[in-house]
Design a protein around this ligand. Structure first.
Ligand SMILES: *Cc1c(COP(=O)(O)O)cnc(C)c1O
Length: 486
């Protein structure tokens, strides 16, 4: 494609975009269980209006767009209050959960450098912590200890304790973690954090705007927010269960003395004295305004109702899925969960393929192999359809066990079970990066193999034998895991 020579008619552009839109999952019909938090066209239209109003506004310089700075302060105050913080809480609106997580790693690393003279920073997380934390550790050069979760999910607090040493810059708990929707034992983490004087961040990116309302609706939840003494910061995404437009999250600190290490200042730049509170330079005014508007549009009562509906859909789905013979991992208390197979002949990845043929968009997870769902109020109306289709797919999967060796199931199964993780990583990296070449096209896991010949340099390694060996090992470890779980 080349930049068009002449300006294109607007209608033609809109038509082209409508055509592209058809490539996407059918989230408006609630067929998708991740990525999108959708509340219908009328509400989206309202946020769109707000977004448009501040479309060009830039939060880079808080002295220029006072509107955005005011909204940001109000958002921080409302959410600090929701999370039981006091007036000392400080924080910023960020572009998303990943930015919030990255910032926490950077902040605590720099705090530890200054306050404790720590030169080789380390952090401790559960293996179920969001990948944003792994990314943060890699970007900011912090050694990360990924503590393996207990057999049926949940953070292993004793294992965390064993990893604490004088280089530990932060502990992390999630409320809840994304893969299985389980809330980490924040109070126990807090006890460790207080005892060893280590900052404790709670990742409530997905839970921040649902847990408070689930609790207020009368469901007992373990405390996870600023009520817990050792919690020094919390991240929460307004663009998830806050139902804002994409591009809005939040990081809040209990103390300014931590937050100060997030702020970047340069006083000698020829472009002027420069201070920035977060990762981005230009900060999108539209997203901030839409986030502010979302909080106001729902209010406490609005969010209580949304939480009630989302939880109701979740409970119905969990019940139906369990009755079909699947097992929900752990005891998820929010509106996310994962389910796995309890029968050796039923491969959940094959089930996912079959469900996708029926128009659903299903997320696969690993260790153990399971299917994932993030549930919103919009899913209430599809509970019956989902369960009906799942039942039908289960029948087909049982009749055709060979499906686990075909389609995406084969690729996912292999990638989840090949023991040589470095080979897998290299291959995924190549495959993924190659989709970003001009000739790359879109990512397609259908019938992909370990050796992606489309990837540059893919043919350099002696593949066939290594690949067959890898496949054999994968199959073996997969069977062993299935057996040990039954
Ligand atoms: C979604 C999520 C993130 C990352 O947020 P993005 O907005 O996708 O960047 C981090 N942690 C948890 C627990 C999440 O669910």
């Amino acid at each position: 494609m080349r930049l068009p020579e002449n300006p294109q008619p607007k209608q033609k552009i809109l038509n082209e975009l409508s055509r592209l839109e058809k490539l996407d999952p059918q989230y408006k019909k609630a067929k998708l269980f991740s990525l999108v938090y959708y509340l219908g066209e009328a509400y989206t239209g309202f946020l769109n209006k707000v977004f448009y109003k501040f479309f060009s506004a830039n939060g880079l310089n808080p002295g220029a767009f006072k509107s955005l700075k005011t909204m940001e302060r109000n958002i921080v105050e409302m959410v600090a209050n929701l999370f039981h913080g006091d007036d000392a809480v400080c924080g910023v609106v960020t572009s998303g959960g990943t930015e919030s997580c990255l910032l926490a790693v950077k902040t605590y690393r720099d705090f530890a450098r200054q306050a404790k003279r720590i030169k080789k920073p380390e952090m401790i997380v559960a293996d179920t912590a969001h990948v944003a934390w792994l990314k943060g550790a890699e970007y900011f050069n912090v050694k990360i200890h990924r503590v393996r979760s207990l057999p049926e999910g949940g953070m292993d607090i004793d294992a965390v304790k064993k990893k604490i040493n004088r280089n530990t810059i932060m502990l992390l708990g999630s409320a809840p973690e994304y893969p299985h929707g389980l809330i980490d034992p924040i109070s126990k983490l807090s006890a460790l954090a207080v005892k060893y004087k280590i900052p404790l961040h709670v990742d409530a990116c997905v839970g921040g705007f649902i847990l408070p309302f689930i609790e207020e609706n009368g469901h007992a939840l373990p405390p996870w927010d600023f009520r817990v003494e050792g919690v020094t910061s919390i991240s929460a995404d307004i663009h998830k269960y806050g139902f804002a437009a994409k591009g809005a999250s939040l990081i809040l600190y209990r103390h300014q003395h931590h937050f100060e290490h997030q702020v970047f200042v340069d006083v000698d730049w020829p472009g002027g004295i420069f201070a920035s509170p977060a990762l981005l330079g230009t900060r999108p005014g539209g997203a901030y305004a839409a986030a502010y508007a979302a909080l106001l549009a729902h209010g406490r009562k609005g969010y209580l109702k949304l939480a009630k509906d989302a939880l109701s859909a979740t409970e119905q789905l969990k019940k139906g899925i369990t009755e079909l013979g699947f097992k929900i991992i752990g005891n998820p208390q929010a509106t996310l969960f994962a389910y796995r197979s309890t029968q050796a002949e039923v491969d959940v990845f094959a089930i996912a393929d079959l469900m996708e043929k029926r128009g659903w968009f299903i997320d696969r997870i690993q260790k153990p192999d399971a299917l994932h769902a993030m549930v919103t109020p919009g899913h209430l109306r599809i509970v019956k359809d989902y369960l009906r289709d799942l039942k039908a797919c289960l029948v087909v999967a049982k009749k055709q066990p060979e499906l686990s060796q075909k389609g995406q199931a084969a690729t996912y199964g292999m990638m989840a079970h090949v023991p040589f993780r470095k080979i897998v990583k290299k291959q995924v990296l190549k495959m993924f990066a190659s989709t970003y070449r001009i000739s790359g096209g879109t990512l397609n896991l259908e019938d992909a193999s370990l050796d992606n010949s489309a990837a540059e340099g893919g043919a350099q390694v002696k593949r066939p034998l290594a690949e067959r060996f890898a496949l054999w090992l994968a199959e073996r470890s997969r069977k062993r895991m299935q057996k040990s779980r039954l």
